[in-house]
Design a binder for this molecule. Structure first.
Ligand code: SAH
Length: 210
């Protein structure tokens, strides 16, 4: 069983690490992270660490989820978000608790199916799922008020920048297979600006077609 105390300890730790958006902290307190990992790992769900979810993928570290979500929301109210890399669906649940509509893309079918089932069981009704290579975004629903990418490309995918509304933000790790820069991209009238947030370690963004 995962006690409320272990969850509370995680929130305290996120505060100490510099997460200060109260809506983000409250959402991380209420969304059950243990529901998104295998039962055998559930007792570790409120440790501030990434955990395996099968297929060589991981559920992101809570601090990184909080940091990315906070950075996305810092620009002002957001209605529609694109997430690339559904994985376990945990980040999806955090986003769906904070914005009106979430569009999430995953390329590994069993992960997408499992995430969809869990999110439905938890009562989320504002998430649309797509099995696809998310480096191409999801252009039918563009432009987005925000984009979160939870797998790392070697270079910033221009297609994703183009699916941002004017002034909208994207949080994305960019770099090599073991270490990347978490970047905050902001769409401008003429192109985009980019700010480095932190060094991170995500799984690679895999390209399925060119
Ligand atoms: N936010 C997720 C992170 C999962 S790991 C979580 O916390 O659970 C990253 C995910 O990105 C993996 O599930 C991987 O399959 C997926 N991924 C990698 N390349 C992708 C691509 N091109 N398009 C869509 N998903 C991709």
């Amino acid at each position: 069983m995962t006690s409320l105390r272990t969850r509370e300890r995680l929130i305290q730790r996120l505060r100490e690490e510099g997460i200060e958006n109260e809506r983000v902290l409250e959402t991380m307190r209420t969304v059950p992270r243990h529901a998104f990992v295998d039962e055998a790992l559930a007792s570790r769900a409120y440790e501030d660490t990434a955990l395996p979810i099968g297929y060589g993928q991981t559920i992101s570290q809570p601090y990184i989820v909080a940091l990315m979500t906070q950075a996305l929301l810092a620009g002002g109210p957001i209605k529609k978000v694109l997430e690339v890399g559904t994985g376990s669906g945990y980040q999806t649940a955090i986003l769906a608790s904070l914005v009106d509509d979430v569009y999430t893309v995953e390329r590994i079918e069993p992960l997408l199916k499992l995430a969809r089932r869990k999110l439905r069981e938890l009562g989320f009704r504002n998430i649309q799922f797509k099995l696809s290579d998310g480096s191409w975004g999801w252009h039918e629903h563009a432009p987005y008020d925000g984009i979160i990418v939870t797998a790392a490309p070697a270079e910033l995918p221009q297609t994703l920048v183009e699916q941002l509304a004017p002034g909208a933000r994207m949080v994305i790790p960019v770099g090599g297979p073991t270490l990347q820069e978490l970047q905050l991209i902001q769409r401008t009238d003429t192109g985009h600006t980019s700010e480095r947030l932190e060094l991170v370690n995500f799984v690679p963004l895999v390209r399925d077609r060119t």
